[in-house]
Design a binder for this molecule. Structure first.
Ligand code: ZN
Length: 256
């Protein structure tokens, strides 16, 4: 009896010592922003596969068919018509960043602030310039400007050319959620250095890649990513592409 009890206790302690699957907040990334810049718009990873690594995040779809937002356990596709569609498990992504989001720090803002002021607020929540942070901002936005890109045809143009066909959407006094990441400058080429945010409305019907916004009353949640898991495409397009050129300025032009 005593042995059984101490065995049970031992097992319990051991279970407690095993970190739960998502105890460490990690960023999972598929492909690189530079590969996307160079027109690698087809990946081999399905959303079923992606969802094993996270359900909160941003990215795009094969053939660059719109903007992806993962929030509250669901993935959405904002196509060039500005409408958010649910994503099939069989759909594939050429570029995505996901995590299992668990808020580490939360603040509430009461008044309308532009991006520059918000950045100052975020400074306290995201103290190190050298870490990756996940960001979720839920609230009312007096103004928000997003874009989406139309599905591309082969041979694929570079991203700087593809975004010339982007559709831009403006929302006023809209409820919704911003989802994204802040990535350190030393990861440029791999990811978008700085802030990269996507938006979806509270009714989950519209959104896109965020170009500009003002936030009203909102809850800001952030989480530090303590590890970074980069998976690279194995298709011929990725394997053969010359990815030696630096594209930091071009990334800024396309994404900001
Ligand atoms: Zn984006």
């Amino acid at each position: 009896m005593k042995i059984a009890r101490s065995l049970a206790l031992f097992m319990l302690l051991n279970l407690a010592a095993i970190p739960s699957l998502h105890a460490e907040n990690g960023l999972f990334q598929y492909s690189t922003i530079q590969a996307l810049m160079e027109g690698i718009y087809d990946g081999d990873l399905t959303f079923k596969g992606l969802s094993k690594h996270g359900d909160f995040g941003i990215g795009t779809f094969n053939a660059l068919d719109g903007e992806m937002i993962g929030v509250d356990g669901k993935f959405y596709q904002v196509k060039a018509d500005g409408v958010a569609y649910p994503v099939a498990e069989t759909a594939k992504t050429p570029f995505a960043n996901v995590t299992f989001f668990r808020a580490e720090k939360t603040i509430n803002i009461k008044k309308a602030v532009g991006f520059n002021e918000l950045e100052k607020c975020l400074g306290a929540l995201l103290p190190s310039a050298n870490l990756i942070y996940a960001i979720k901002i839920t609230g009312t936005f007096p103004y928000i400007k997003t874009r989406s890109v139309p599905r591309q045809q082969k041979p694929y143009p570079r991203l700087t050319d593809a975004v010339k066909q982007q559709a831009v959407f403006e929302f006023r006094e809209i409820k919704g959620v911003l989802v994204g990441f802040r990535t350190p400058p030393f990861l440029s080429g791999v990811n978008v250095a700085g802030y990269h945010l996507h938006f979806i409305t509270a009714d989950r019907r519209a959104g896109g890649h965020v170009l500009d916004f003002r936030t009203g009353e909102a809850e800001i949640e952030t989480s530090r990513m303590t590890k970074f898991d980069l998976h690279l495409p194995q298709n011929a397009e990725f394997l053969r592409k010359d990815l030696t050129a630096g594209g930091e300025k071009a990334v800024d032009r396309v994404e900001k």
